[in-house]
Write a protein that binds this ligand. Sequence first.
Ligand code: SF4
Ligand code: SF4
Ligand code: SF4
Length: 254
Amino acid sequence: MMHLGFSIAKVKVGSFDFTCCEGCQLQLANKESTLPEFLALVDIRNFREISSEKHDDYDIALVEGSITRSDEIERLKSIRERAKVLVAFGACACFGGVNSLKNRLPQEEIVQEVYDGKKIETMPSTRIGDIVTVDYHIPGCPVSKAEVERILVGMVTRSPVSLPKYPVCVECKQRLNTCLFDLGEVCLGPVTRAGCDAVCPTGKTACLGCRGPAEDINFPSFKQLVKDKQLSEEEMREKLEFYNGFREYLDHES
Ligand code: SF4
Ligand code: SF4
Ligand code: SF4
């Protein structure tokens, strides 16, 4: 259980975006049916999707996005200094996210191509935990609003907060889905952390691992499964690299 250094009454929350699509922040702002309860629980100090208020005092900082410029490093460090608890919010912040696809390409060249020849400073997409200490990770692309609310309520009431430890396959089986491996597709469900209710395989789309690795995964056994099913190892690698969540496992191999 985390020990937080703030009082139970109205926790001050700031939400900040770096390189990202802001989809995770929108998830919080979107579900209007629970927004009033959420706003009653917290004191929003900085959250541009929800409020025009901008203050520099906050207990919890939700940090969305990965880091791709040097000025972002400085801004992130100053948020870290102010926050009692810093949360990596979404796959971009937790792992580098889909932005990490650009890390495969020559950085300056690709930016100039996108921005019509203009020279714009850029660096490889970096997860925020490589730059500052992260107290808590909430993965997903986007995050699940229900999960974020549950975790924030846990923090505010000082109750234990945790993510599911088991893989997506457990939720997929609970939904009685036909396994995509049996339909000839590589799915990352066996190695990815549950908590999304297996939304992709339920829609007949393979899991791409946006919630990162489940706990105590058997990675060699997953690779063996792909081999045994005579599926493409290249496709498996592509999927594992998509959100950069399995970097440690892939680095370990090379
Ligand atoms: S994790 Fe996904 S939804 Fe969230 S900011 Fe990154 S790209 Fe957008
Ligand atoms: S479809 Fe994917 S998540 Fe569902 S059981 Fe098969 S491997 Fe697991
Ligand atoms: S099924 Fe996989 S890719 Fe889809 S939301 Fe869940 S963890 Fe993310």
